[in-house]
Each structure stands twice: as C-alpha cells, then as structure tokens.
Write a protein that binds this ligand. Structure first.
Ligand code: TXA
Ligand code: MG
Length: 312
C-alpha cells in the first residue's frame, strides 16, 4: 500500500523522494496534487507519464509565498494586489515568466508565462518547505478523469504506481484553484475555481473573458473532469435507469445530493467524490440537477459542462 499518514517521518521521506526526482501525491486545500520538483525536467516528465497527460499542457508551480513567486515571474501592481489578497490560498496567477526562473521549461510547456500559486494546506506547505524547491503539481488524477479529493481516490486512479500518497484527509474545498492571467493591469479569468469571480472583481474590476487563443489549458479542453458514466445536465428528475445527483432539499430519488441545504460551498466540496461514487455504483448515465450559476456555482457548472461533453 502506498498511502501514508502525515507524520514528520513520512513528510521527510516524501521530501527526499521529491529531491530525488520522484513523485508524491499530497492534499492541497482544493484537490489532491501529484507533486514533483518543478526545477527538474526529468521529475516533471514523470508527472506527464504517470497522468497520461498531453505534453503541451503546462503545470502550476506551487511556492511558499509571494517572495518565492517573485523569483519566477514579473509581478505588476495588479498581480501583487491579487497575491496579497488571496495567498496563501486557491488562486493561481499566470504571469510573464522571468528569464532566470528556476522552474524548468517543461513545467511551463515552453510558454513565455508561468502559473504560480502559494497553497494554504499545511501538508502541501510542509512539503514545499521540506523539499526546498517549488513543486509542480497537477491534480492527482489520470488525464481527463475526475479530480481526486481524497487519498483513496488517488489510489483508485494510479494504484501502486506512485511511490507515496500522503493522506491528509479530504481536500476541504473540492474544486481546483481559480486561474487568472495578469498581463500588466489586464486580468483575464482562465479557469473558474475555488475563489469566486466576485471576490476577485471586487479587487481588480471586471475580469476579461478568455478568447480561446494562446495556451490550451487541459481544464479548458471541451471534454475534461469526466467520470466513466455519461452526464445529463439540468435534470429536474432522473429518467428510468439514470442515477440522480441532486442539489437542494427538493430532490427525490437522489442517489447522491451535492448539498441538501443548497449550499454551493458544500456542493463544490462534494462534487468529485459524488461523481466517483456514482461511477462506482455502475451508473451508465448520471442525471444532474440544475446548479445556480452564482458564486462557486460558476466553477461547478464549468466542470459539469466539460464532464458532460462528447469524449474525443
Ligand atoms: O487547485 C489546483 O489548481 C490544483 C492543485 C493541485 O493545486 N492543480 C491543478 O492543476 O488543478 P492542473 O494541472 O490540473 O491544472 C492547471 C491548469 C491547467 O489548465 C494548465 O493548462 C493551466 O493551469 N496553466 C498552467 N500554466 C499555465 C500558463 N502559463 N498559462 C495559462 N494556464 C496555465
Ligand atoms: Mg486537472
């Protein structure tokens, strides 16, 4: 078994594994990450290999704080303001990459930009600290599959192929970080996520919409975050043979409920675990209740639409 409890010994061993170019899966406040030394291209290549991820997809470099991030990217006043307001936490900034950045080109997929985030989860922070290097960490799921929010989810996707999975309990937020690209003072929403649009806009004004040009983020691919079952969205009730993923108190015949009280934060935290559970129940089609589009509903609906998209 490759699932380890979080103890000082196991953290030290994980840090050794990372410094030696190996992979460690660990919790963050959003979802579980599959971490490698971001400065070591061989280690980063192992991430792509393990995930079966298309090579052109760049990774987020996780750092301890703003000061560490500034070694890798150029921060404008707007980028500073965002980092100061939301770090440590679930905001990823895509910024112009510094020529002397230690994060390797492979982690950035050769882009002139770099995605950086200072996570708040104590286990991920401890690992960054102990390893002493920035950690490249995509979500710890096989490419295209539902993200993992618990250590057993990670094990379901990878078996014993990973040397170490650190079990820090369920990831508290359950959806990935919000990604904002900042070019001078222009901020563009690349991925809706755990920080609501309104919180960011309160600071920097209306976010620009991504025009689809430039970087192909996997989270932007039409089909992504997908369970094995087909999804039917905005379903008021299940049809014969469907399993129902409900939201709110009205739900009848629900196999799972994202939040009986209609709380979007609770729904985000439950989303991936419920999709995995319905898959495990053998669902051919999962009918999903309508989810309001405000607050975290934007990120939840974004993931659901991609999970429902026709598969390549
Ligand atoms: O919450 C999260 O962000 C989790 C945890 C583990 O931190 N990580 C995560 O990583 O979701 P991943 O690899 O599944 O998604 C990272 C996204 C991808 O869509 C990638 O294309 C985008 O970040 N990205 C990375 N570098 C970028 C860049 N330079 N410009 C634009 N997007 C970038
Ligand atoms: Mg992912």
């Amino acid at each position: 078994m490759t699932i380890f409890s979080v103890t000082p010994n196991h953290l030290a061993r994980a840090a050794d594994t990372l410094r030696g170019g190996g992979l460690v899966a660990c919790p963050t406040e959003t979802v579980y990450g599959l971490a490698a030394d971001a400065t070591n291209p061989l280690a980063v290549a192992r991430i792509f290999e393990a995930k079966g991820r298309p090579r052109f997809n760049p990774l987020i470099a996780h750092v301890r704080d703003l000061e560490a991030a500034e070694r890798h990217a150029d921060f404008t006043a707007t980028a500073h303001a965002l980092a100061q307001a939301f770090w440590p936490g679930p905001l990823t900034l895509a910024l112009p990459r510094r020529a002397d950045a230690a994060v390797c080109e492979l982690a950035c997929a050769g882009l002139p930009t770099i995605a950086l985030r200072a996570p708040s989860h104590p286990v991920m922070r401890g690992l960054i600290e102990a390893a002493g290097v920035p950690l490249a960490a995509p979500s710890a799921n096989r490419s295209g599959h539902v993200s993992a929010t618990t250590a057993p989810h990670v094990h379901d996707d990878f078996g014993d192929a990973l040397g170490m999975i650190l079990d820090g309990g369920p990831a508290p937020l359950g959806v990935e970080s919000t990604i904002v690209a900042v070019d001078k003072d222009r901020a563009t929403l690349l991925r809706a996520g755990a920080i609501e649009r309104s919180a960011i806009e309160a600071l920097v004004g209306p976010l620009h919409a991504h025009d689809g040009a430039g970087v192909q983020a996997p989270g932007m691919l039409a089909s992504h975050y997908a369970p094995r079952a087909r999804l039917r969205l905005n379903a008021a009730a299940p049809r014969d043979g469907e399993l129902y993923l409900a939201f709110g108190a009205e739900a009848r015949a629900a196999a799972r409920n994202l939040s009986p009280s209609g709380d979007l934060t609770e729904a985000a935290a439950n989303l991936y675990a419920h999709l995995r559970a319905l898959d495990a129940m053998g669902a051919e089609t999962i009918a999903v209740a309508p989810i309001p589009q405000h607050g975290l509903g934007e990120a939840i609906n974004d993931r659901l639409v991609r999970a429902a998209a026709p598969r390549a």
